[in-house]
Design a protein around this ligand. Structure first.
Ligand code: BES
Ligand code: ZN
Ligand code: ZN
Length: 496
């Protein structure tokens, strides 16, 4: 879908579907929607009354113009109450409207710029959210449907705006929204692919291509190298699978950078639980256990376009968590890259093992800040539900900036406490630490385990409870969400 802006009048835009909008409870539209209504001799006003159209957020009403009108159909999308209106509402309204346009088999879509009228939001933010919401809303994963039906796709999406002085800002907003949206799409595709396709080698190859396209430095390690370096926690997880693990490293540098940020994504391409085997029901979605990896890879792709003034070290300790003749047993003791010993009392708490070694590796490269993204705990899903990610860390400023970046990109992050008193729960009878504990606060315990390896480096951990949409959401169809991607891209874009 190509997204662009054109200066002109909505009433003259030739297209299959014209998207306009309406605040909740409004019976006589004004602004751009009002102009379209007048050109249609009041057809929108009449239909609002006839259909009792409330214009709740995301609700759509279709008007079919009679006679000479350049748009074949008009979609009036509800913006919800004007009191609650902001960027999140623009994202949702845009997503809902384009989904409706797709159902109507529209190929050429023209849209009003949501939010720039009486709501008075800056044109750049409106355009960014309109573009991003449209890309997220139109997304579907159909690769394995052999019968495509008469599937149609929206090819062009054009924002039409009357005032010429807004066009440059709108154009910049579209650029950013498209960069973020394309990155999220890229992450979603990778996560939606099954684990028999997306293996650690697949992630490594993806990283290599991103490096080649953007001039990043790329390094890989295989099983023998991971073991030789002494990443004993990560190697222990990888032992259960005959599929080759890959430690993946991408490095982006900017000549004016003042700091280096490590982005670490959990890359378990399938989590069976190991000998602490998951039940069928809890295992079924576990191809999504590389969502953190997908987010950091997708972010690197976007970084190539945005080129922020910061250095980035992206790391993924990719492996399957499986069962096999060499797999670890609950009770085994292994040694981490830094030398700390860990009793693995639960092989299903594997993410923190791979991340423990990865953060030590990051610190060895002298980074100034560590952000890790991981589908780490079911407990985070229990605490926050499926639509909110947990964020825990040692640096409040970093956490605040990530939460804000989430708001910009339509992602919900909620801070959980790094309650250091709980650290005692990770004490082992036989080793320095154990990897799991049965008490409550599972999301905090997982974070505390990683924290034991982070040291003093400012750090934030995002527990991606929102990796998979369990049903169709306003901004994501049932399936992979690409969670964390938008947050990271917007956060890093702040280094401009
Ligand atoms: N990948 C899972 C966490 C998960 C489960 C995320 C369900 C999203 C939905 C992780 O590796 C895991 O199994 N964690 C265990 C930790 C426990 C054994 C301490 C969990 O959450 O049960
Ligand atoms: Zn697990
Ligand atoms: Zn896992």
């Amino acid at each position: 879908m190509n997204i662009s802006v054109k200066q002109g009048s909505l009433t003259e835009a030739e297209c299959d579907a014209l998207i306009v909008n309406l605040f909740e409870g409004v019976k006589h539209p004004g602004g751009g929607t009002g102009a379209v209504d007048r050109a249609l001799d009041g057809a929108i006003t009449r239909q609002i009354a006839e259909d009792d159209f409330a214009a709740k957020l995301g609700e759509c009403m279709i008007v079919r113009p009679a006679g000479e009108f350049p748009a074949r159909k008009v979609i009036v999308v509800g913006l919800g109450s004007s009191a609650d209106f902001g960027v999140p509402q623009i994202l949702k309204a845009s997503a809902s409207a384009i989904r409706r346009a797709k159902e109507l088999k529209a190929v050429r879509v023209v849209s009003i710029l949501h939010g720039a009228g009486i709501a008075g939001i800056a044109a750049y933010d409106c355009a960014r959210a309109t573009a991003l919401g449209s890309i997220l809303g139109v997304y579907e994963f159909k690769r394995y449907k052999t019968e495509n039906g008469n599937h149609s796709a929206v090819e062009t999406f054009e924002i039409v705006e009357l005032s010429a002085d807004k066009i440059p800002d709108i154009s910049k907003g579209i650029d950013r929204g498209t960069t973020v949206g394309d990155a999220v799409t890229f992450a979603r595709d990778m996560i939606n692919e099954p684990s028999n396709v997306v293996t650690p080698s697949y992630l490594a190859e993806t990283a290599r291509v991103i490096a080649e396209q953007n001039g990043f430095v790329c390094k890989m390690m295989d099983r023998a190298e991971i073991e030789a370096l002494g990443m004993g926690l990560y190697a222990a997880v990888a032992r259960g699978s005959s599929v080759e693990p890959k430690f993946i490293e991408l490095r982006y540098t900017h000549p004016e950078a003042k700091k280096t940020i490590a982005l670490i994504g959990k890359g378990i391409t399938y989590d069976t639980g190991g000998y602490s085997l998951k039940s069928t029901d809890s295992m079924v979605n576990m191809k999504d256990d590389m969502s953190g990896a997908a987010a950091v890879l997708a972010t690197m792709k976007a970084i190539g376009a945005i080129k922020p003034r910061v250095n980035i070290l992206m790391l993924i300790a990719a492996t399957e968590n499986s069962i096999g003749p060499n797999a670890i047993h609950p009770g085994d003791v292994v040694k981490s890259l830094g030398g700390k010993t860990v009793e693995i009392n639960n092989t299903d708490a594997e993410g923190r093992l791979t991340l423990g070694d990865a953060v030590v590796y990051a610190n060895m490269q002298r980074v100034d800040e560590i952000i890790d993204l991981a589908t780490l705990t079911g407990a985070c899903v229990t605490a926050l539900g499926r639509e909110i990610a947990g964020i825990i860390g040692s640096d409040q400023q970093l956490i605040d900036r990530l939460v804000q970046a989430g708001k910009t990109s339509g992602e919900n992050l909620w801070q959980l406490p790094l309650h250091l008193d709980y650290k005692d729960g990770l004490k082992s009878d036989v080793a320095d630490l154990k990897n799991a504990e049965k008490g409550g606060g599972g999301a905090i315990m997982g974070a505390l385990f990683i924290h034991a390896f982070v040291g003093d480096t400012p750090w934030a951990h995002i527990d991606l409870a929102n990796a998979m949409a369990d049903k169709d959401w306003p901004l994501a169809k049932k399936g992979a969400v690409g969670a964390g991607t938008g947050t990271l891209v917007e956060y890093l874009a702040g280094y401009d």
